[in-house]
Design a protein around this ligand. Structure first.
Ligand SMILES: NC(=O)c1ccc[n+]([C@@H]2O[C@H](COP(=O)([O-])OP(=O)(O)OC[C@H]3O[C@@H](n4cnc5c(N)ncnc54)[C@H](OP(=O)(O)O)[C@@H]3O)[C@@H](O)[C@H]2O)c1
Length: 344
């Protein structure tokens, strides 16, 4: 038995009009399970959670979101906390009650803005020495996404040129640091107010997207980039087509961000499907969907421990202020990550 029969949680039954307006804080929510943990699961008491755009996008998809996750539901994917109960298979992998852990759950109705979450081994890693739970809570979605965009697509130590569209947000701030940890040269976009931040993270060249034509600035560099990561998706819309002129012929263009509009989705589909003889781009294109990976989390943890990577936290909110954190996230202007501390 987990021994936990009720818990605090931020709960929504609808996302209409904005998730932040629908969230209610309750103290009698059901925990993810009442009996002993399933074999492949640990129950984690959440110390901190970090927010991602997916948290509100999923909740605000109307009937589709209700099909994906039946309300009442709690948002949140990323967590760091302390193990409260361990399933037998995860115990065999070495996890114990009291271990400090961090990671990412898949979207489900028991999200990380609840007091307890059920995490599977593939979305879990031990907290490295000297790293705070708040810092580690930012690594789940943004860290795994940036890791999976960058690490498989560059050669460590080869000095590959990497372009990151949108370097100052959650995924961008991790992407710059991972590429630098692998010895790449990084060009990124951000607005002028964030230039100091992205340079401190290691960016070599910075393009102010509010003043320059990003595609033209990249074309002026010639065909040098091995990898382009598009965290924005919608701006500039010609970024993929222009890659014929700024990327190496064997280079890869990876998109993760999509503007949730008909135009944004159409742009992504045309990048993926339109052949070059009909006006599409020539470079290899991937729309990447983040997967949980224990190995990737562990490597991110090692980089934290070695001081090669750090969490960029724009603001850390008290548990009671989670709706304010969503309001801020939805401005689209966050630097790095927003953290919501677990309930007292
Ligand atoms: N496919 C997947 O599995 C996956 C996984 C994770 C995330 N995503 C998606 O990826 C996108 C990025 O996620 P995120 O967590 O990094 O978002 P985020 O942290 O909310 O991004 C905010 C940052 O984007 C910058 N920005 C906004 N417009 C820009 C532009 N036109 N050019 C350059 N920078 C710009 C902002 O800087 P300024 O203030 O300077 O504008 C801000 O620092 C979202 O759409 C998210 O849903 C997808």
């Amino acid at each position: 038995m987990s021994g936990i029969t009720a818990m605090k949680a931020w709960v929504y039954t609808s996302g209409a009009g904005g998730l932040e307006k629908n969230l209610k804080l309750v103290s009698d929510a059901s925990p993810p399970f009442l009996a002993a943990p399933p074999n492949d699961v640990v129950l984690v008491k959440v110390h901190a959670s970090s927010l991602n755009p997916a948290d509100y996008k999923i909740a605000e998809m109307g009937p589709v979101s209700r099909l994906a996750i039946a309300p009442p539901a709690t948002p949140g994917l990323d967590f760091a906390g302390v193990v409260a109960a361990v399933g037998s298979a995860v115990a065999a992998a070495g996890y114990r009650v009291g271990d400090k852990v961090f990671g990412r759950i898949g979207p489900n109705k028991y999200g990380t803005l609840g007091e307890y979450v059920a995490a599977k081994a593939d979305g879990l890693a031990l907290l490295p020495e000297g790293v705070s739970l708040e810092d580690a809570s930012t690594a789940g979605t943004a860290g795994l996404t940036a890791f999976q965009c960058v690490v498989p697509n560059v050669e460590a130590g080869a000095g590959d040129e990497v372009f990151i569209n949108g370097g100052s947000g959650g995924t961008g701030s991790y992407g710059i640091q991972f590429a630098k940890a692998l010895g790449c040269r990084v060009t990124t976009t951000c607005s002028a107010k964030n230039e100091a931040l992205v340079r401190a993270l290691g960016a070599d060249d910075v393009i102010d997207y509010t003043k320059e034509n990003v595609s033209e600035a990249l074309k002026a560099k010639g065909q040098i980039f091995k990898l382009a990561v598009d965290n924005i998706g919608s701006a500039p819309p010609d970024l993929y087509k222009a890659a014929d002129h700024y990327m190496l012929p064997e280079g890869k263009f990876v998109q993760i961000g999509v503007h949730m509009s008909t135009g944004g989705v159409a742009n992504m589909m045309s990048r993926q499907l339109l052949p070059s003889f009909l006006g599409g781009g020539k470079r290899k294109f991937e729309f990447l969907v983040t997967k949980n990976s224990h190995e990737d989390l562990e490597q991110i943890g090692k980089w934290f421990e070695e001081g090669k990577v750090k969490a960029v936290i724009d603001e850390s909110f008290q548990y009671e202020d989670a709706p304010k954190a969503f309001e801020k996230l939805k401005t689209g202007r966050v630097k790095g990550k927003l953290v919501v501390r677990g309930p007292a």
